[in-house]
Design a protein around this ligand. Sequence first.
Ligand code: PMP
Length: 453
Amino acid sequence: MFSNSLIELDRAHLVHPVASYRGHERTGVRVLRSAKGATVTDAAGRELLDGFAGLWCVNAGYGHDSIVEAAARQMRELPYATAYFGLGSEPAIRLAAALAERAPGDLNHVYFTLGGSDAVDTTVRLIRNYQTVRGKPEKDQFISLEQGYHGSSTVGAGLTALPAFHANFGLPFAWQHKIPSPYPYRNPAGSDLEAIIAASLAALRAKVEELGPERVAAFYAEPIQGSGGVIVPPRGWMKAMRDLCAELDILFVADEVITGFGRTGPLFACTEDEVVPDLMTTAKGLTSGYVPMGAVFLSNRIYDTIADGAGEAAIGHGYTYSAHPVSAAVGLEVLRLYENGLLENGRRAGTRLQAGLQSLADHPLVGDVRGRGLLAALELVVDKARKAPLPAAADPARRIFDRAWNNGLVIRAFGNGILGYAPPLCCTEAEIDAIVERTRRILDQTLEDADVR
Ligand code: PMP
């Protein structure tokens, strides 16, 4: 009764993000009631393993009392403080300092947002400001990657390259451009990793030449493309692109909203490639999804140029909830947990997950297994030689998601048959093994499903 009425209320009133509104009305909502560790429980009391950490965000796992206590303590003491008017709060200052200390290179300045989309928006605004005050206002063109995801704000959705975020929304803007993704499994340059890097470098050079070398402000990349299907660029790709950006006087922005905070092993994935970006965006794992928060990291050069450019005038960029003290208190506690065992456990679990998924590579449906740490994907095909995707007409993503759910596993199902994984860093070996075993069942059941072959 309780959940039936919830389903009706949801259908009538709650507009769901990135959903077919009519499709959702037909299928109805699946309500989650509680969670602990890597397990979520639905309204009927059924337990499922959360192989996707909510929306790749609950990196610490569910049910940490110390996080709840940190939030409660801060709410009792000071639930809100603006960071406008030169005011501040202790947790926000301490979190900014802790993050700056751990960030790559000289990314010493932290601007707090509410999530990833407004972090990306913040970078676009600050980059325009930076280029203008350094005397290059004509640098107003932005480049990102096909299959890239940079949020759902109007500006971020234009940098995003997923068609559903553009159609009927009047996006992208004329100043937002794309170059091909370094997608190793489906790259016109072939599968040779050096050739893929060379192709990306050539594509960036060509796009800059086309737009006018003096016109390009910045290039955006995720260290691993998440929402585009967990696409892992070749080792050395990010460093090569970063270096080319420096050569061409283009700012390099690393969007670490998914890859940050232990998802691929270290605190920030760009350190694995020895890359120091000019700006870096984070969110999700920053607070492990317990409360909303994002953080933009600025290099000394970017910060100082913007600061000197404005002099005594205010720089007009801010949100009511910038540097929210409760989110910051949560962020500090989450960071403490990462550094007291969670990152280490996540690295072990990540190695096991990658090996487990690799053991499925010879399944007739598996065309590609890819990932790093606790970020992974299986790309399914009906014909391995031709890499032919599952037929779109059968809506394979919906079928795979439902099948996973029925097997007690939450995963992300993308496109025409890509299974995405981003389990919490707290996963035990047994939980990782269960994710792999349940995946094997999903694959076998999909193989028997005549509609998707
Ligand atoms: N950038 C990347 C790389 C993301 O994956 C996301 C969210 N999935 C965003 C930006 C936007 O973050 P949010 O949904 O918190 O606005």
